[in-house]
Design a protein around this ligand. Structure first.
Ligand SMILES: Nc1ncnc2c1ncn2[C@@H]1O[C@H](COP(=O)(O)OP(=O)(O)OP(=O)(O)O)[C@@H](O)[C@H]1O
Ligand SMILES: [Mg+2]
Length: 218
């Protein structure tokens, strides 16, 4: 479903990704761990097409991302990917339903978008809160909204960078169980970057990124 071929990336002459090759199986939930600064977020951004590698290829369903023009890359992101990035904040001036419906509307969804968003909010335990605004939520509830929005359009690939980074351990556990359930329910392939061993334990497989590449946690 997703293949990385000899990815290389440097910033100001300093190599971050040193020829990374890996194949992610369809429907797998993979956690990526590794030291701060080793390039985990860089890798996710490159997979998302938000940053480009200096060389090498990201291949999604047999199609190289580099072969796509900007419009095609945007369309691929909107239709096939879901993001739980801390930088992708829930929008403060939209209600929860409007926030979650956003990917559907961007993909041309119409009348059913609000109903699907409400159903997704219910799936993350926020039933009846659809008309609330983000400021009325706790951090954990906000993260649930972010997960609902990341999954509402049933993306084939879910990318999450520290999805529970600023939550207490109990809330983090509940959110991750929820993320896992939703990923498995939709059959998505998912990659989650985390520093937390408890979080990583929810994944099917734990990989460690180092200058040597991506290797199974031993
Ligand atoms: N846009 C950029 N310009 C210059 N250097 C960058 C840029 N983005 C990342 N870097 C550098 O690349 C390296 C890897 O950064 P990255 O954010 O991928 O690390 P990380 O593994 O996600 O770390 P953390 O666990 O702290 O989030 C760091 O040394 C960082 O300073
Ligand atoms: Mg990071």
């Amino acid at each position: 479903m997703l293949e990385l071929r000899d990815l290389r990336k440097s910033y100001q002459g300093r190599a971050v990704l040193h020829g990374l090759t890996h194949r992610f199986g369809a429907g797998q939930f993979v956690a990526i761990m590794g030291e701060s600064g080793v390039g985990k977020s860089t890798l996710l951004n490159i997979i998302a097409g938000l940053d480009s590698p200096d060389s090498g290829a990201v291949i999604i369903d047999g199609q190289s991302m580099a072969g796509l023009d900007d419009d095609a890359a945007t369309a691929l992101r909107r239709t096939r990917m879901g993001f739980v990035f801390q930088a992708f904040h829930v929008l403060p001036h939209l209600t929860l339903t409007q926030n979650v419906a956003l990917p559907l509307l961007l993909n041309g969804g119409g009348a059913e978008a609000a109903a699907q968003a409400s159903a997704m909010l219910a799936a993350v335990g926020l039933q009846g809160r659809g008309d609330d605004f983000p400021r009325q939520l706790s951090g954990g509830e906000m993260q649930r909204v972010a997960i609902a929005r990341a999954l509402v359009h049933r993306p084939a690939l879910v990318l999450a960078d520290e999805p529970t980074g600023n939550l207490d351990p109990e809330t983090a556990d509940a959110i991750l169980a929820l993320l896992r359930r939703q990923i498995k329910a939709t059959g998505a392939t998912a990659i989650m970057v985390t520093h937390s061993h408890a979080a990583a334990a929810q994944a099917d497989q734990i990989l460690v990124l180092s200058t040597l590449g991506l290797d199974l946690l031993s």
